[in-house]
Design a protein around this ligand. Structure first.
Ligand SMILES: Cc1cc2nc3c(=O)[nH]c(=O)nc-3n(C[C@H](O)[C@H](O)[C@H](O)COP(=O)(O)OP(=O)(O)OC[C@H]3O[C@@H](n4cnc5c(N)ncnc54)[C@H](O)[C@@H]3O)c2cc1C
Length: 294
């Protein structure tokens, strides 16, 4: 088995260009499932020794999260800066899986049920794709084109996810067959931006790719009383949930029917918006911008 083990990003990009058939390997929690089952035996491009991919920084209002940052680190180090991603990350697999599983792997695997993707899309994240030719950034919402399909070119790697620093609360909710070690039957993320009176909302396991729910987000942004911080009306939360469900195009599969997924999305979306709004209401008007440091 060919095993390529670059020690720097430039070496990784050169090897990627020279061996386009080699499969990038980050935590391996998706890749090795197939390898261990004997269904595939590809050449591997191991990214775990590339230090640049393991860094995260905050600069000019953007959190730059290296593709190789694990979910254990997201939960440990980024729960204040990226609470939506952190909440989602805490539900990924088990402690052992989270110690290996990376944000970049979660994004690149392009599962419609990937838990880290809705919070990132709700927050307006971009993904950075690098090759020896160029570095480009695209909205994360446009990265996956279907289950396990992306716009990644054969010589590109996902090098980072770029997330605007939040100005308000974020919430994530997920439903599955049990409480832990479970692939989402549906998941949803909400991002409140009080500075612009905007809301971001994204849903997963609800269509071929994780997607925005713009009508629901618009309703919340225009109907919530940002100035007076009144409690969210139950009817508004229900209508928000209904618009979230309407944004979905789910399928029947072994984990749930399309009808159940729509119902579940409506319920967990209303809850997530309620949690985020209650957190916003609990802050005082004079508080500094919600979070600018870890
Ligand atoms: C027991 C178990 C439980 C799980 N539970 C969950 C869960 O609850 N929620 C969830 O979302 N996921 C879950 N997963 C799936 C998996 O853990 C996540 O998708 C994880 O984030 C993948 O990251 P990784 O670093 O292990 O990726 P890898 O397995 O290394 O790679 C995944 C894919 O991304 C590609 N890739 C990785 N890094 C890059 C890069 N930098 N550039 C280009 N391509 C790259 C690989 O070639 C591969 O196609 C689970 C997996 C297991 C085995």
């Amino acid at each position: 088995m060919t095993f390529l083990a670059p020690r720097s990003l430039s070496e990784a990009l050169e090897l990627r260009a020279a061996h386009p058939a080699a499969v990038p390997l980050a935590g391996g929690t998706d890749v090795m499932v197939g390898v261990n089952a004997g269904t595939r035996r590809p050449a591997l491009l191991d990214l775990t020794r590339v230090p640049e991919l393991r860094e995260w920084t905050v600069r000019d209002g953007i959190v730059r999260l290296g593709a190789g940052v694990t979910y254990s680190r997201v939960v440990r180090e980024l729960s204040r800066l990226l609470p939506g991603l952190s909440a989602a990350g805490a539900t990924v697999g088990s402690a052992q899986i989270r110690n290996r599983a990376t944000v970049g792997g979660n994004v690149a695997t392009a599962s419609p049920a990937g838990d880290g993707v809705p919070p990132l899309i709700a927050a307006g994240a971009e993904v950075e794709l690098s090759s020896v030719r160029e570095v480009r950034r695209i909205p994360l919402a446009r990265f996956a084109t279907g289950p396990k399909r992306t716009v990644l070119a054969a010589d590109e790697l996902v090098t980072a996810v770029l997330v605007p620093v939040r100005t308000g609360p974020q919430a994530f909710a997920k439903i599955g067959g049990r409480n832990a070690m479970v692939i989402a039957v549906a998941n949803v993320a909400v991002d409140l931006r009080p500075d612009r009176r905007e809301v971001g909302a994204a849903i997963g396991a609800a269509a071929a790719t994780v997607r925005h729910a713009p009508a629901a987000a618009h309703l919340a942004a225009t109907e919530l009383n940002w100035a007076a911080r009144h409690p969210a009306d139950t009817a508004l939360l229900r209508e928000f949930g209904a618009l979230i469900a309407a944004a979905a195009a789910p399928i029947d599969d072994v984990r749930g029917t399309a009808a159940y997924r729509r119902h579940a999305l409506a319920v967990i979306a209303a809850r997530a918006l309620g949690w985020a709004w209650d957190e916003y209401r609990a802050t005082t008007r004079n508080e500094e911008p919600f979070c600018t440091s870890p």
